[in-house]
Write a new protein. Structure first.
Length: 139
């Protein structure tokens, strides 16, 4: 069994963003040499997310609007967490909704997706360095 580990680095200039990372994940699979196995992709920060969905701009705007309604950034005083000096309590809640990680099967050296599926990095407290882990296991 082979294993492979790679990190992606991000420093998103905006507070929130969605980034399609499917090409980088597929590149890591090629580098790993794994033809049959599993690929774990996870955000290594508690204010960021990794999720699977459609790469459609309207949907991404809908997500952004919906998440902001669920957990609005302002007023920052509404959150007990922000009493620590942070202003990112909303980002923790948004991450909880969108998820920490995804696991995708690898078949014939490719991500084994359904129609329209892509992997995204979701940033909810940007403007600083963050990482995403790609861990691949298989044959």
């Amino acid at each position: 069994m082979k294993t492979y580990r790679r990190e992606l680095a991000f420093q998103i200039p905006a507070r929130r963003a969605f980034v399609n990372i499917t090409p980088q994940v597929q590149e890591a699979i090629r580098e790993s040499g794994v033809r049959e196995g599993l690929c774990l992709v996870n955000a290594m920060h508690i204010t960021a997310s990794v999720f699977i969905n459609d790469d459609e701009g309207g949907l991404h705007q809908d997500y952004d609007r919906w998440l902001e309604q669920l957990a609005p950034h302002e007023p920052v005083s509404q959150y007990l967490h922000n009493r620590t000096g942070e202003d990112n309590a909303d980002a923790h809640l948004k991450r909880q909704v969108m998820g920490r990680e995804v696991v995708v099967a690898i078949t014939h050296g490719e991500l084994d997706f359904g129609p329209w599926e892509q992997i995204f990095y979701g940033e909810f407290d940007g403007r600083r360095p963050k990482r995403v882990l790609i861990k691949i296991i298989g044959e």
